[in-house]
Design a protein around this ligand. Sequence first.
Ligand code: ADP
Ligand code: MG
Length: 277
Amino acid sequence: MKSSALNSSGNAFPAPLIACDHLSCTYGNGTVIEGVDLSVHPGEFVGIVGPSGSGKTTLLKAMLGSIKASHGSVTRASGLSVAYVPQLETVDWNFPVTVGEVVGMSRPQKSWWPGSSSSERQAIEEVLERLGLGGLVQRHIRELSGGQQQRVFLARALIQKPDVLILDEPTAGIDVTTRHEILHVLADLNEGPPQGDGIAIVLTTHDLNGLAAHLPRLVCFNRTVIADGTPSEVLQPYFLERTFGAPMEVLQHGGMPIVLEQGSDELRLRLSRKGAS
Ligand code: ADP
Ligand code: MG
């Protein structure tokens, strides 16, 4: 299933950055993910898709080390820096902080804007500038648009200079233009030097056609890994039905898989008129 470039046994990379080995996680007495084998290698960009409640956030937190394995293990390469961008819905927006404070709080020195040193302030300003948030450093995070808020948390992660960036549903609840901007930034971060930073990226998404289908590697997930490979390999009716518990049809359009969920008859009709096979 996995292409050789992605397969840990294919020797394409010397060692995984993060390796989940028969990983299970439990809340109270309920096991929510089970027997997960999944590795992230240098330079990879991995999307994880699955329905609500399938354990995606739990898997990310286990990779990050904030949730313990109940069985199996998660191994991170020694000295690895992993940064996490939470799902916006889980953020407490009543917490009174400015953009600069959100970004600065993640620094190892726990420096707070504006009490931080000038070099720290400069680092914060640079990362905000890079993400198109220049001039917003004193703004309260509540006053920003959804896309700006998403970028503030991305800035907060980037200032840690991570080797791996883990994002939970980074495009949920934002408009198409902002989604493009965020994906553009992520592609730049993922691209190797000299243009990019070569950061490995792992994200979850509900967006099969707008995001998942464009990634180099995709994992269908529901309690465990159901399929792992390129979008063409994993976006197939058999895997999708096992993942989402509902029949889905897949069309090929311009060499890309397009997933039709139930009730997508109108889209199918329109695409077939345009000559999709
Ligand atoms: P997803 O991100 O795919 O929506 P989650 O990892 O958030 O899935 O949740 C997986 C399952 O674990 C769900 O049934 C959810 O209700 C449960 N769950 C998540 N967090 C907790 C928690 N802190 N305590 C108890 N159950 C939880
Ligand atoms: Mg989640």
